[in-house]
Write a protein that binds this ligand. Sequence first.
Ligand code: CUA
Length: 383
Amino acid sequence: MIDRIFQIAPAGGLLAVDGWLRELFFHRTEESTVAGASEHLYMVIFYVSTFFFVLLMGLTVLFTLRYRRRPGVAPERSAAHNTALELTWTIVPLIILVYFFFKGFWGYMDHVVAPAESTELVVSARKWSWDVMYPNGARSPETVRVGAVDVPVIVVPAGRPVRMRMSSQDVIHSFWVPDYRVKFDVFPNRYTAIWFEPTWTDDPTPGANDHWVFCAEYCGDLHAEMAAIIRVVPEDEYRATVADWAVPKGTPEEIGRQLRIIRGCNSCHSVDGTPLVGPTWQNLFGYERTLANGQTVVADENYLRESILVPQAKIVQGFPGSMPPYQGQLSDLELEALITYIRSLSDRKPAVDLPPADGEGQDAAAPEADGAAEEGAGAAGED
Ligand code: CUA
């Protein structure tokens, strides 16, 4: 930490104090190009506040001692008016506040108006995960295990401005990247946007180029776990990764397994029998479900389809029914893949769920081909 301080403040006692305070307040500084302005303004406000706090409290204590009531001393009349003094304490704070206002206003404009050459990522928030779509239609299938949750990894190119165009599928969320000093509310039925230009560090510490994303607007049960990780990578690696992600790989079952993470199903549905906010997918297919209204249904393909597209149609007893509808959100291939995957997690799955190994290449390619052509088109355009 000491090294870091001298790195930030190479010379001078005051600069060293400034560096130490910045280390204390921000821990890691200037992780993106827009962060510096916020940090700078924060420090200026902090110093001005500290100066006036010490001045005013000092004078209060001084005057209290100096002019306290003492036996035998008659109270003096206070001055009723002092024009010079009043002008000073009006004009000096006014100038300081106007300076704060314009610095803040310009900083805000810089945060919300992205440079024209920005890479645009489409962020979709829902209870309780972040879904990020790249310009070629790709979505990240990568996650990092943090405690009991898998949080998605969003890769971004180092040294290029990235604009996040954001909307919500349900309630108000807030996209917050503390390292970048950016935070903006995410609303249903309306777009908001922020941007940042991530900087790359050669620091070999694991996670030195990873930055947390949190939800900063209380949105229900798993609000605290609605996180993601922004991973800064060199631009060529970014291009290769995103092109790779754009092509769905494997059998429908494997695609379904990836979609559970990509589409954020994993934040509410386990595959190991643990009930989370929603029912587990293990041994769901083929079993009888008791609904909130007391009816029972067998979880067949039609039940799965309806429960994904219109979750409110049949709420399972004991669960809150807080899932957003996916009608219009999933392609036919994605829906097919998810159902196939959920089916594969049940011991009541059909006897022949996948074609035999030698025929797998041909048979499995059929449903995959449509999706590859459809989603691959975007990737080809990017190259
Ligand atoms: Cu989403 Cu809090």
